[in-house]
Design a protein around this ligand. Structure first.
Ligand code: ZN
Length: 238
């Protein structure tokens, strides 16, 4: 081969290799540029409830400010998660469409384990879901999240007939509403108080679980309560 031809061919080969290598590297990384993902990156393993709460507080601050982090929703991230999940917190919250925990706490795929049921009550199935997360996934923090203008709590305050299985929800919330009535509160204030007391009731229901008790006893788990404000987007810790 003439020397004059060999050099361009070599250059083409080198360039092709660079393109292929770069392509593979890009595939193995997120679709989101690293500089945009920076603020969202969390420790590989979140060991403590304090650390987990900090991540939730920071996430809610981002949500409130409107400057939410870029989420890695790429196929690569989904592939990573097929190996298993390691969520750092369990969120027990209402099914209300205005209170989606992943948005409220600005979290992405695989970050939080969510148990949603109207009125954020803890029936055996919800408790079992939390037990699974703390026992098998070793999640260090459970947050019970109530919210402003909760329809399930309002319906319980209003009373009247609860059709179908709605009665099961009302039954769980009723003791908290009755307790709130003891404070001579009315209307919005009564509902707000009942929401708080209902969060505390769910926390008690969870704490009654032997699995939860054991992990709390070893200081491997904390249970916190909070409420969510619809308008501001703020999570207020109880
Ligand atoms: Zn609700």
């Amino acid at each position: 081969m003439p020397v004059g031809l060999a050099l361009p061919l070599l250059l083409v080969a080198v360039l092709a290799t660079i393109v292929v290598v770069a392509g593979c590297t890009a595939k193995n990384k997120s679709a989101i540029p690293a500089n945009q993902r920076q603020e969202y990156e969390r420790p590989e393993k979140v060991e403590s409830a304090v650390e987990a709460k900090k991540l939730l507080v920071e996430g809610n601050e981002r949500f409130v400010s409107g400057e939410t982090a870029e989420k890695d929703l790429s196929g690569t991230r989904r592939d990573e998660l097929t190996e298993g999940q390691k969520p750092f917190a369990v969120i027990v919250c209402c099914a209300d469409s205005r209170v989606p925990p992943e948005h409220v706490f600005d979290q992405g795929l695989g970050d939080i384990f969510v148990v949603r049921v109207a009125g954020n009550v803890a029936d055996p199935v919800a408790i079992g879901s939390v037990e699974y997360a703390v026992e098998h996934l070793e999640v260090p923090l459970v947050v019970v999240l109530g919210h402003e203008k909760c329809g399930a709590v309002s319906a319980t305050v209003e009373g009247g007939e609860a059709p179908g299985s709605i009665g099961a929800i009302v039954e769980k919330i009723s003791p908290s509403v009755e307790k709130a009535r003891g404070g001579n509160l009315e209307d919005e204030e009564l509902i707000e108080k009942a929401v708080e007391l209902n969060v505390e009731q769910t926390m008690r229901d969870l704490k009654a679980s032997p699995i939860v008790t054991e992990r709390r006893g070893k200081e491997e788990l904390s249970i916190l309560g909070a409420t969510y404000e619809l308008g501001s987007g703020e999570v207020k810790w109880l």
